[in-house]
Design a protein around this ligand. Structure first.
Ligand code: FAD
Length: 514
C-alpha cells in the first residue's frame, strides 16, 4: 500500500472491525498494521464491577478472533496508556524496530480520554509520528455538531431533531476491511501479548455469567435478531416497554455493545431508518431512533457543559444540600430497602449488570429526591461501577435528570412511588411480582396481593410465606409519604435559596477522572 511504514491502530472503545475508520485507513496506507489495546490500571476492581470487566475481556477476545480472520491479531499491552503509547511512538518498543509512521484511533470525548489522548498526541508529535483520529462513537462528530449549534448542546428532543436535520444524515457505516497488512516481525514474535483473564486482572472468577456476552459477534447477532422483527422496531415506544420484563427484556439491550463500540451506532441507526422507511412507525422521542438521539444529546452535553459529572461548578445542576448516609446508600445498593420493586431492580443491577430504563428511573428517584435524599453523584458512582453499559456522558445526563437538578429534569416534585401501581408511569405490568420473585428470593412465596408491600401482610401470611418482615426481609427503610414530603420541601427551600446565591466554585482536583 501507498505510504509504507508501520501504523498502530489504538483500540479503546470501537471494539469492532466493521465501521472502523481507523482500521480501514491504516490498512490502506501502511506496510504493517499493529492493532493494539492497552490495559489501563485506571480501570480495575476498585472502579469497574466484575460483570463489566468480564464483558470487556470477552469483547477483546472477540476482537482478537476477528483480527485473526484477517491474518492479524490484537496486541494487548499493559500500563498507563500515556506511558505505553509514548514509549511506542518514541522507540517502537515492544512492537517494532524504530518508531511507527502513524497512530490512529477513534475519537473519545470523555474528560479522562481527552487528557489521556492529548498526552499521547503530544508525545507522538514530539517524535514526528503522525496522529489520525476519526469520529465513530456517535452519530455525528461531537465537535462539528456543537459548532453547528453555536457551542450549545440541545437538552430536549425537538432541539436534537432540528440539529440532526441541519447536520444531515449521519455517515453510512464503513465495511470491515477484507484484508489487513501483516504485523511487524517483532510483534509476530510476541505470543505473550494476549487478552488476560479476570483472575490476572485481580478479579475473582465469575460465580455466574450475567447473561450478556461481550464482543462484536454477540453484538451484531443481537442487533440482527432485533432488526429482523420489523414490527417490534416500527412500533417501539419506550414508555410502553415493560420495566419488569427480564427474560427477555422489553428493550434491545444493545447499550453495552454501544458503550464499548462492539456495535456501530451508525450501523444501528441506518438499519432503523431503513426499516422505518418500509411502513408506518413510531416517532421520536419514543422510537428507537429517539433513543439514539438521547444518547447523542448526552455526548453533546458532556462535551460542552463544564463539570458535567458533579454538582460543584456545573451550570446545569441546581445546588441541593443532599444528605450523606453510608448506611442508606449501602441498603439501596444491596437491594435492602424493604421496598421489593426497588430491591429487585438493584439486585438485578448487581447480578445482570443491566436494568430497564424505567427501573433506573425508579431507583435513582428513590435514592435522591424521592426517598433517601442522597447525592446523585453517589448513585451515579454505583451505576458506573455495576452497569455493563456504564457510559460517562449518558450516565451523568440521566442522573442529573432523575435527581431533579437539571434544566432537562422532569418536575422535581413528581416522584415515583416505590410501591408502583400496575398502571403507573413506571409501566410495571407484573401483578404477580414475577420480577420481584426472581431477584428477591426471600419473597418467592409471598402472595401476589402483598408482593409489592409485604409489610402489610398479616403475620400469619408472612409465616406461611416463610418470610417475616424485619427478620427475613427488611421493613421499609423510610415511610415514603413522610420522606418524600420532607424531601420536596427541602428541595424547594434549596431552590429558593439558590436564586439569590452566587454559584459554587468549581473543584480543582480530580476533574472527570472517571
Ligand atoms: P433501548 O431502549 O433499546 O435503546 C437503544 C439505545 O439507545 C440504548 O442502547 C442506548 O444506547 C440509547 N438510549 C436509550 N435510552 C437512553 C437514554 N435515556 N439516554 C441516552 N441514551 C439512551 N444508558 C447507558 O447506555 N449508560 C448508562 O450509564 C446509563 N445510565 C443511566 C442512568 C440513569 C439514572 C437512567 C435513568 C438511565 C441511564 N441510561 C444509561 C439510559 C438507559 O436507561 C439505557 O440506555 C437503556 O436502558 C439501555 O437499554 P437498551 O439498550 O435496551 O435501550
Amino acid at each position: 500500500p501507498a505510504g509504507g511504514g508501520v501504523a498502530v491502530v489504538w483500540f479503546r472503545k470501537c471494539l469492532r472491525v466493521h465501521d472502523n475508520a481507523a482500521l480501514l485507513e491504516a490498512g490502506k496506507t501502511a506496510e504493517h498494521v499493529c492493532p493494539v489495546f492497552v490495559i489501563d490500571p485506571h480501570f480495575g476492581p476498585g472502579s469497574v464491577g466484575v460483570n463489566r470487566y468480564n464483558f470487556l475481556l470477552e469483547s477483546l477476545q472477540d476482537l482478537d478472533a476477528q483480527l485473526r480472520k484477517l491474518k492479524s491479531r490484537l496486541l494487548v499491552l499493559r500500563g498507563k496508556p500515556e506511558k505505553v503509547l509514548s514509549d511506542l511512538v518514541k522507540t517502537g518498543k515492544p512492537l517494532m524496530k524504530g518508531k511507527p509512521r502513524m497512530v490512529l484511533w477513534e475519537k473519545d470525548t470523555e474528560p479522562y480520554a481527552l487528557m489521556r489522548d492529548s498526552a499521547v498526541t503530544k508525545a507522538a508529535e514530539a517524535s514526528g509520528v503522525e496522529v489520525r483520529t476519526f469520529s465513530g462513537h456517535t452519530l455525528y462528530d461531537v465537535d462539528e455538531a456543537l459548532r453547528k449549534n453555536k457551542g450549545k448542546a440541545p437538552s430536549q428532543m425537538p432541539g436534537m431533531v432540528t440539529l440532526a436535520k441541519a447536520l444531515g444524515e449521519p455517515d453510512q457505516p464503513l465495511p470491515a476491511p477484507s484484508k489487513l497488512p501483516g504485523l511487524t516481525k517483532e510483534a509476530l514474535a510476541r505470543k505473550d501479548l494476549r487478552v488476560p483473564t479476570l483472575k490476572e486482572m485481580g478479579y475473582k472468577e465469575l460465580a455466574e455469567h450475567c447473561g450478556f456476552h461481550g464482543g462484536e459477534t454477540a453484538g451484531l447477532a443481537r442487533l440482527g435478531a432485533k432488526l429482523k422483527d420489523t414490527s417490534y422496531i416500527r412500533s417501539f415506544v419506550k414508555s410502553q416497554t415493560q420495566s419488569t420484563a427480564f427474560s427477555p427484556p422489553s428493550t434491545t439491550v444493545l447499550s453495552p455493545y454501544l458503550k464499548f463500540g462492539c456495535v456501530s451506532v451508525r450501523r444501528f441507526y441506518h438499519a432503523l431508518r431503513k426499516i422505518e422507511a418500509g411502513g408506518k412507525h413510531s416517532e421520536t422521542p419514543g422510537s428507537l431512533v429517539g433513543q439514539l438521539y438521547f444518547r447523542e444529546m448526552a455526548y453533546l452535553m458532556g462535551a460542552s457543559i463544564p463539570n458535567f459529572d458533579r454538582q460543584a461548578g456545573n451550570p446545569s445542576c441546581k445546588p441541593i444540600p443532599w444528605g450523606s448516609s453510608s448506611k442508606q446508600l449501602a441498603a439501596w445498593e444491596k437491594g435492602q430497602t424493604g421496598y421489593p420493586y426497588i430491591d429487585a431492580a438493584m439486585r438485578q443491577l448487581t447480578r445482570a449488570g443491566w436494568l430497564h430504563h424505567l427501573a433506573r428511573h425508579a431507583v435513582s428517584c428513590f435514592l435522591t429526591r424521592g426517598d433517601l435524599w442522597q447525592h446523585w453523584e453517589k448513585g451515579r458512582d454505583v451505576f458506573d461501577r455495576l452497569l455493563l453499559d456504564s457510559d460517562w456522558a449518558v450516565n451523568n445526563m440521566n442522573w442529573l435528570a432523575l435527581s431533579g437538578v437539571a434544566p432537562w429534569s422532569p418536575p422535581f416534585f413528581r416522584v415515583y412511588h416505590p410501591v408502583p401501581k400496575m398502571d403507573s408511569s413506571l409501566n410495571v405490568r407484573d401483578p404477580d411480582g414475577k420480577y420481584i420473585k426472581e431477584f428477591v428470593p426471600e419473597l418467592r412465596k409471598m402472595p401476589s396481593k402483598y408482593i409489592y408491600a409485604p409489610w402489610t401482610a398479616p403475620l400469619e401470611v408472612q409465616k406461611q410465606a416463610g418470610c417475616i418482615i424485619g427478620k427475613d426481609y427488611p421493613h421499609p427503610i423510610v415511610d415514603h409519604t413522610k420522606a418524600s414530603t420532607a424531601n420536596l420541601a427541602a428541595f424547594k427551600r434549596a431552590l429558593d435559596a439558590s436564586k439569590n446565591a452566587a454559584p459554587a466554585p468549581a473543584p480543582t482536583t480530580g476533574a472527570g477522572a472517571r
